[in-house]
Design a protein around this ligand. Structure first.
Ligand code: NAP
Length: 308
């Protein structure tokens, strides 16, 4: 029984040592030391190009090594092979930390103080209570819900928008395209935690920004192609949006000449909001693999028709 890891090389050793200790019956291989490819039944990968998948005739399950699966070319993955996305506490905790930091930095005007320090200006701004700010999360999935739960502890007013209605204590919930506008109208800070699908591509656009209260801020931790760059720059330059914190861009890495780098009200981070942590992810993946071996349904299988 062989499992092949073809993902983030620096963390391969941690995966291999977990499997060596906890699943000695599995032949855990790390790319490019893959041995005979026709023995591989399970694949852990970030990208799985068609020509590579074609070399794995016995593949039974493709485990994405990250939370999103928008990089997977589903047309290259035979329909009989389930694709499983990564849901694990390490990714969730990282995202909760990043978004909390971003929201609190906006709420407590840290970007203004960074600028004021550069200008040697002592300028205390008002300190409104968290309850005076309304934070909205697009996508109430495993990450969006965890983010909302943590933001609730600070006392922010919270709202969430989702495809299907998801009720959460302390969160005003909205669902579907009909309720997007009323959702947006109450968001001082908008956080995108949607998966990238044909429906959500370009969703952060001029029309959406116009529906936000003037001076709202954007945090995009979904995917770069959710955002229409020209529309964001226009909204920032007109004052409709006050700031943007972008962990994801299109393309990645962001080219050196891109206007975001020099924009005074845009912060770019290099897709680091959260990452799969082998220590917490390996036990969860192994348990899911064991479910498959026992003939039980796999958890967190992608619905190909929805794209997430
Ligand atoms: P998830 O559990 O699959 O949740 C996705 C949520 O989005 C679901 O609640 C879904 O609604 C909702 N949704 C999907 N399409 C929608 C639409 N058209 N309109 C409204 N709501 C829609 O995913 P997750 O684990 O929370 O991850 C979300 C995304 O975060 C990933 O896909 C990835 O792009 C991004 N991410 C970024 C980083 C980073 O470092 N920046 C790290 C990890 C993940 P339903 O409940 O109705 O299905």
């Amino acid at each position: 029984m062989s499992i092949l890891y073809r993902s983030d090389a620096p963390r391969a050793a941690a995966w291999a040592s977990y499997f060596a200790e906890h699943a000695p019956d599995l032949d855990f291989r790390v790319w490019p030391d893959a041995g005979k490819l026709d023995e591989v039944e399970y694949l852990i990968a970030w990208q799985a190009p068609a020509e590579f998948l074609a070399t794995l005739p016995r593949l039974k399950v493709l485990f994405s090594s990250g939370a999103g699966v928008d990089h997977v070319d589903f047309s290259a993955v035979p329909a009989r092979i389930p694709v499983v996305r990564m849901v694990e506490p390490g990714i969730i905790n990282g995202m909760v930390e990043y978004v909390s930091l971003a929201v609190l930095a906006l709420h407590r005007d840290f970007f203004d103080y960074v600028a004021a320090k550069g200008a040697r200006v002592w300028n205390p701004l008002e300190v409104p209570p968290a309850s005076a700010r309304s934070i909205g999360v697009m996508g109430m999935g495993s990450l969006g819900r965890a983010v909302l739960e943590r933001l609730w502890t600070y006392g922010f007013r919270l709202r969430g928008w989702n495809r299907s209605l998801r009720r959460m204590d302390g969160v005003e919930s909205f669902a579907g395209s009909d309720q997007l506008q009323p959702f947006l109208e109450g968001c001082d800070v908008l956080i995108c935690l949607l998966p990238l699908t044909p429906t959500t591509r370009g969703i952060l656009n001029r029309k959406l920004f116009a529906a936000l209260p003037a001076g709202a801020a954007l945090i995009n931790v979904g995917r770069g192609p959710h955002l229409v760059d020209a529309d964001l720059l226009e909204a920032l330059n007109s004052g409709q949006l006050s700031r943007a914190i972008l962990d994801v861009t299109d393309p990645e890495p962001l080219p050196a000449e891109h206007p975001y780098w020099m924009h005074p009200r845009v912060l770019v981070t290099p897709h680091v909001a959260s990452m799969t942590q082998p220590e917490s992810a390996a036990p969860i993946l192994l348990e899911n693999l064991r479910r498959h071996q026992r003939g039980e349904p796999l958890l967190n299988v992608i619905d190909r028709s929805r794209g997430y």
